[in-house]
Ligand binder design. Structure first.
Ligand SMILES: Nc1ncnc2c1ncn2[C@@H]1O[C@H](COP(=O)(O)OP(=O)(O)O)[C@@H](O)[C@H]1O
Ligand SMILES: [Mg+2]
Length: 245
């Protein structure tokens, strides 16, 4: 099997994509695989000393131990907490699909795992007449779908799988992330239900990791306790489904 090359999407915003992405990156980095990450567009960036700080891209880059400059890891950054296409209406140029496809192709040309994190879910507007799903399809990457473990996930997860299938995008798998640690009927039933309903592999359940959001914002670089925690959590997932690891 080839090196993992995945487009990480989710059933929405705040569903666990970046935490799942950091866990995958940390697991690959711990195995010495030198993962590369790309966050094509990030909105809701903080302005720090005249530079826009992309929290997700920075967290992913740290977890991966990817030394490339942030401009390469996250080429389109916006302050407004809006879909990239809409933030760009007020902040300058929208993401250029061809440029992003070129960046992804160049990254795929190098050995090692590649992880691209979308913004929001598949139908988020990326540029005028371009949605995140267009980037995923044209990049030719397999999809990993992050979704919350709890109540409400079955509808959103199936909708995401169906949207991907309708565009001919292969779904490598689904990761259910335990965002609360609560032992609820839905948390117990949903992994089996996703297997029954989605027709795509369940890679596993990423366990509840209290405080992980803050930890990745501080930096979970290789060798840190946070990286070990993330890699340990990723060990609960079937990483072999994603490629050669
Ligand atoms: N497995 C987990 N355990 C504990 N908290 C989590 C977990 N996954 C996500 N979170 C929390 O949810 C927040 C949103 O997750 P994030 O990965 O940033 O979502 P997305 O990238 O989809 O917007 C995180 O900042 C963190 O506080
Ligand atoms: Mg994110």
């Amino acid at each position: 099997m080839a090196d993992p090359a995945i487009f990480l999407t989710g059933t929405g915003t705040g569903v666990g994509k970046t935490v799942v992405g950091c866990a995958l990156a940390a697991a690959w980095a711990a195995r010495g695989l030198a993962p590369r990450v790309l966050k094509p567009a990030e909105s809701g960036c903080e302005r720090r000393g005249g530079v826009l700080h992309p929290t997700d891209a920075w967290a992913l880059r740290e977890a991966a131990g990817d030394a490339r400059p942030l401009d390469e890891v996250c080429p389109y950054r916006y302050v407004l907490p809006l879909a990239p296409a809409h933030a760009a209406e007020q902040e300058g140029g929208p993401p250029d699909l061809d440029r992003l496809l070129g960046m992804i192709a160049a990254l795929r040309g190098r050995p090692g795992p590649l992880l691209v994190e979308g913004a929001g879910g598949l139908l988020v507007p990326l540029a005028p007449d371009v949605q995140m799903i267009d980037l995923a399809r044209r990049a030719g990457l397999r999809l990993v779908i992050a979704a919350p473990l709890g109540l409400g996930t079955l509808n959103h997860t199936q909708l995401t799988v169906r949207a991907a299938r309708a565009e001919g995008i292969p779904v490598a798998g689904i990761v259910l992330s335990d965002l609360t640690g609560e032992d609820t009927p839905a948390a117990r039933r949903n992994p089996g239900a996703v297997r029954e309903l989605c027709g795509a592999p369940l890679l596993g359940v990423l366990p509840y990791l209290p405080g992980i959001g803050e930890e990745i914002r501080r930096g979970a670089g290789p060798g840190t306790p946070a990286a070990a925690r993330l890699a340990g959590a990723a060990g609960r997932l079937d990483l072999g489904m994603l490629g050669n690891t």
